[in-house]
Ligand binder design. Structure first.
Ligand SMILES: O=c1ccn([C@@H]2O[C@H](COP(=O)(O)OP(=O)(O)O[C@H]3O[C@H](CO)[C@@H](O)[C@H](O)[C@H]3O)[C@@H](O)[C@H]2O)c(=O)[nH]1
Ligand SMILES: [Mn+2]
Length: 731
C-alpha cells in the first residue's frame, strides 16, 4: 500500500473478478447460442409464407436476446470493489473538510407524507460531520404548509436528536427507523432514551394530527412568520417562491441541547406559474443549486429522494475519501451509492429490490468506466453541476474552499434567494441545457450524469458494508409497472437523444462503457422480442406450425442447454444476492410483465415524445397505500385493483397462452400416431411455462373476490382479445 513517496491513498480499488470456471461456464452457453443461430439459418422453412416469416421472426428475437445476453456478461466480466480509509481522511483533512449541501426533494403531500420526509431530513442532519459545514435543504414541489410545519417541528426536535445520536452512536439516524428497530425492553431503565423516544412520539402525533386535519391551526401559525407565505399561495401550480431558513448554522445562538452548533436547515418551495414549465425534479434541483449557492455554497452536493433516509452516518466521509484523494480525486465527478430498498418483502413479489443490479452489475460498470447518476444517493462536485466542464489542472484547494464565508443575515438571504428560485430566472440562460440538471428528459439524472461523463469527469460506484441509504420501493403491481415505464422511457430517450451515445457519447466514452450502459438504454426495446416469444410460438402451435427442433433432434439440446444453463446462472446469482427461490420465480414473472407491458408502452411513448407529439411527464411514485393493499403486500398477494391498459395487455397474454396450451394438449392427445408431441414439444413447454408464471393473473381474473383482484372491464376486454387472436390463428 502507498507508493514510493510514502503517500497513502484515501481509497483503494480491488478486482473482485469472477472465477475462471464461471467464465468457462458462460462460454459454453455462448457456444450453445451460436448453435441456435446456425440451426435457425440452416432450417429456414422453404414452404409456406407464414411458416417462413414466423421462423424469421424467431431468428431476430433470438438474435436480440443473444446481443442482450452478451452485454449482460460484458458488464459482469471483471467487477471491482472500492474501499475507503476514513482514518487517513481524518488525519489529513479533519480541519479542512469542505462544506456539504444536502438536497431532499418532495413533490406530493399525499404520496409523500410529511413525517416520512422529515425523518429523511433528520437523518441527513445527523451525519457524522462538522455541523457548521453541513446544510440540509428541502425542496417542496407540493408547496404544503403541512410539510413546512413538519420541518419546523423537525428543526426543534433536531436539537435533542443530534446530540443523542452522537452520544450513543445511533444507527440509523432516521428516528422512525431507529425506534422501530430498537426493542423497548433493552432500554426500560434508560431515561435519556425514553425521553427522546417520547419526544419523537409526541412530535409524530402532532404532525399526523395536523395532517389529518388538512390544515395548520391558528395557534401553530402564530409560532412562525413563515406560515404567512401561504396566504399568497393560490394553488400548487401557481405560487411565489417560499424560502425559509429554519436553522441558520452561522448563527452562534443556533445550538442544540448540549450547546453544540447545528447544521443549517432550509425549506424551499420554488416559484411556479402555469405559463412556465416547471421541469419536475430537474427544475427543483436547479432551484436548489442556486439557492444553496447563496446560503452555504458547499463545494460538495448530495441529493436524495424524500423517502430515502441515511442508514449510515459515515457516508459523507466515505464520499470525501474519493474526492479528496490527492492522486486520483481530481478526476472524479460524482460518487454514486446504491439505491437499497427498506420495504421489500421476503420473496420480493414485484422484483423491486434491485439487488442484482447493484451487487452484480454496478461493480462491473464501475470497472468498465463508472456508473451513471441514478438521481438519489449521489455526491457531486458543485462545479460539475454548475459548469460540468473538466480540465486536468482542476486541483481543488480544499482549505480555501472550507474557509469561504457567506455574509448577510438570514432574512436578507431569504429575500435574495426568492429571485434565484423564480420562474423567470432561467429565461434566456443555459440552465437546464448546459448548466445544472438537464430539462426535457424523464431521467434527468441519467442524462445529466451521462453528459458530465462526456465532459471528461469520471464517476465512482461505492457500496459500503453498512448500507448507506434506504428508500421505499413501490408496493403494488401498477406502481411498479408505471415506475418501470418511466425508467425505460427515460433510458431510451437518452439513447436516442442528441446528447446521447450516438452523437456525443461515442466521441468521449470508451465503447465498453457505452455497451455497459446499454443494459439499461435498451430496456424498452426488449419488449418486441419478448412479446414475439410470448405470442407467436403459442399461436403457431394452434395451427400446428413447429418453430423449434423436434425433441428427439440433437439441435433441441442446444436450445435446452442455452436456456437452462442461462436460467441456472441467473438463479445462482439471485441467491448469491440474498434472494430466495420463490423470489427468483417472482423475479422471472416481473421480468416478463415489465417487458410485455411497461416497456412496450414506454417504447411507443418515447417515439411519440421524440416526434414532438407528447411531453415527458414525471408520475410520482406513491409511498403510501390503503390498509387493505398494504396487508396484501405483506402477504405477497398480487395487487391489481384498478383498471389499466397495462393490465389489459397482461391478462390478454395470460389468457391467450392458456387457450393455446389447451389447444396444444388436445392436439397431442388426439394425434398420438403422428408424433405431434415430438414436433410441438418445445412450444407446449414454452406456453406451459408462461401459464405457470401467470398463475397470479388467473387468480386475479377468476378466483379472487377482494378489492385487489382484476376489475371486470379488464377481464372482459382481455377475454375478447385473446379469443379473437386464437380464432384468427385457427382460421
Ligand atoms: O415534479 C417532481 C417530481 C418528483 N420529485 C421528486 O423526485 C423524487 C423521485 O420521485 P419518485 O416518485 O420517488 O420516483 P422513483 O421512480 O422512485 O425515483 C427514481 O427514479 C427517478 C427518475 O425517474 C429519480 O429521479 C429518482 O432519484 C429515483 O429514485 C421524489 O423525492 C419526488 O418528490 C420532485 O421533486 N418534483
Ligand atoms: Mn422513489
Amino acid at each position: 500500500m502507498g507508493n514510493s513517496n510514502g503517500y497513502l491513498p484515501l481509497f483503494e480499488t480491488r478486482s473482485s473478478g469472477r472465477p475462471f470456471l464461471i467464465k468457462l461456464y458462460v462460454l459454453t452457453i455462448f457456444v450453445a447460442i451460436c448453435m441456435i443461430w446456425v440451426y435457425r439459418v440452416r432450417y429456414l422453412p422453404v414452404e409456406g409464407v407464414l411458416e417462413r416469416w414466423a421462423w424469421i421472426g424467431m431468428f431476430f428475437a433470438e438474435l436480440w436476446f443473444s446481443i442482450y445476453w452478451f452485454i449482460t456478461h460484458l458488464v459482469r466480466w471483471n467487477p471491482i470493489c472500492r474501499y475507503t480509509f476514513k482514518d487517513r481522511l481524518y488525519q489529513r483533512f479533519e480541519k479542512d473538510l469542505p462544506g456539504v449541501d444536502i438536497f431532499v426533494c418532495t413533490a406530493d403531500l399525499e404520496m409523500e407524507p410529511p413525517i416520512m420526509v422529515i425523518n429523511t431530513v433528520l437523518s441527513m442532519m445527523a451525519y457524522d460531520y462538522p455541523p457548521e459545514k453541513l446544510s440540509v435543504y428541502l425542496s417542496d414541489d407540493g408547496v404544503s404548509e403541512l410539510t413546512f410545519y413538519a420541518m419546523l417541528e423537525a428543526s426543534r426536535f433536531s436539537k435533542y436528536w443530534l446530540p443523542f445520536c452522537k452520544q450513543f452512536n445511533v444507527e440509523p439516524r432516521s428516528p422512525e427507523a431507529y425506534f422501530h428497530n430498537e426493542p423497548l425492553d433493552d432500554h426500560v431503565n434508560d431515561k435519556e432514551w425514553l425521553f427522546i423516544k417520547k419526544l419523537y412520539g409526541d412530535m409524530k402525533n402532532r404532525i399526523e394530527a395536523t395532517s389529518n386535519q388538512g390544515q395548520v391551526s391558528e395557534e401553530i401559525r402564530k409560532e412562525h412568520k413563515g406560515f404567512s407565505e401561504w396566504d399568497f399561495v393560490s394553488s400548487r401550480h401557481d405560487h411565489q417562491t417560499i424560502v425559509q431558513i429554519l436553522i441558520d448554522g452561522r448563527d452562534p445562538l443556533a445550538m442544540d441541547s448540549e450547546a453544540q452548533r447545528l447544521p443549517t436547515l432550509v425549506y424551499l418551495s420554488r416559484e411556479k406559474r402555469p405559463q412556465y414549465p416547471h421541469n419536475f425534479k430537474a427544475g427543483a434541483m436547479n432551484a436548489l443549486i442556486r439557492v444553496s449557492s447563496r446560503i452555504s455554497n458547499g463545494p460538495i452536493i448530495m441529493n436524495v429522494d424524500c423517502d430515502m433516509y441515511s442508514n449510515n452516518s459515515n457516508s459523507i466521509r466515505d464520499a470525501l475519501c474519493f474526492f479528496m484523494d490527492e492522486e486520483k480525486g481530481h478526476e472524479i465527478g460524482y460518487i454514486q451509492f446504491p439505491q437499497s430498498m427498506k420495504n421489500v418483502t421476503k420473496n420480493d413479489l414485484y422484483g423491486n429490490s434491485l439487488k442484482v443490479i447493484f451487487k452484480m452489475e454496478f461493480p462491473g460498470i464501475d470497472a468498465n468506466g463508472g456508473p451513471m447518476y441514478i438521481g438519489t444517493g449521489c455526491f457531486h462536485r458543485r462545479v460539475n453541476l454548475c459548469e460540468r466542464k473538466h480540465c486536468n489542472e482542476h486541483e481543488v484547494d480544499w482549505k480555501r474552499e472550507s474557509d469561504m464565508k457567506i455574509e448577510g443575515n438570514a432574512r436578507d438571504l431569504e429575500e435574495e434567494c426568492k429571485a434565484l428560485a423564480s420562474c423567470a430566472y432561467e429565461e434566456n440562460t443555459q440552465w437546464g441545457k448546459e448548466v445544472g440538471l438537464m430539462y426535457g428528459y424523464l431521467l434527468e439524472d441519467g442524462m445529466t450524469g451521462f453528459s458530465i461523463r462526456c465532459r471528461g469527469w469520471r464517476s465512482v460506484y461505492f457500496n459500503p458494508e453498512r448500507t448507506a441509504f434506504l428508500g421505499l420501493a413501490p408496493t403494488t403491481l401498477l406502481q411498479t409497472l408505471v415506475q418501470q415505464e418511466r425508467w425505460s422511457k427515460g433510458e431510451l430517450h437518452i439513447l436516442l437523444s442528441r446528447r446521447g451515445p450516438f452523437f456525443d457519447g461515442y466521441k468521449s466514452l470508451p465503447l465498453r462503457l457505452l455497451l455497459s450502459y446499454c443494459i439499461y438504454f435498451l430496456w424498452a426495446a426488449n419488449c418486441f422480442p419478448t412479446l414475439y416469444y410470448v405470442v407467436v410460438p403459442s399461436l403457431c402451435m394452434l395451427r400446428g406450425i413447429s418453430l423449434f427442433p423436434k425433441a428427439s433432434s440433437p439441435w433441441f439440446q442446444a436450445f435446452a442447454y442455452a436456456i437452462l444453463a442461462d436460467r441456472a446462472y441467473g438463479l445462482v446469482e439471485f441467491l448469491w444476492c440474498d434472494g430466495t427461490l420463490q423470489g427468483w420465480w417472482n423475479d422471472q414473472r416481473i421480468w416478463m410483465f415489465k417487458r410485455t407491458t411497461s416497456y412496450l408502452v414506454g417504447f411507443c411513448d418515447t417515439v411519440l415524445t421524440m416526434a414532438g407529439f407528447t411531453n415527458p411527464a414525471f408520475v410520482v411514485t406513491a409511498k403510501v397505500s390503503s390498509a387493505d393493499s398494504c396487508k396484501r403486500y405483506e402477504q405477497e398477494i398480487m395487487e391489481f385493483g384498478v383498471p389499466s391498459p397495462l393490465f389489459d395487455i397482461l391478462a390478454t397474454l395470460a389468457l391467450l397462452n392458456m387457450f393455446c396450451l389447451i389447444g396444444g394438449i388436445r392436439m397431442v392427445i388426439s394425434d398420438v400416431e403422428n408424433k405431434v408431441s415430438d414436433v410441438l414439444a418445445s412450444q407446449i413447454v414454452l406456453s406451459g411455462l408462461i401459464v405457470l408464471i401467470n398463475l397470479p393473473v388467473y387468480q386475479g381474473l377468476f378466483f379472487r373476490k377482494d378489492s385487489g383482484s382484476i376489475p371486470n372491464p379488464v377481464t372482459l376486454k382481455s377475454l375478447t382479445a385473446s379469443l379473437v387472436a386464437c380464432s384468427i390463428a385457427l382460421l
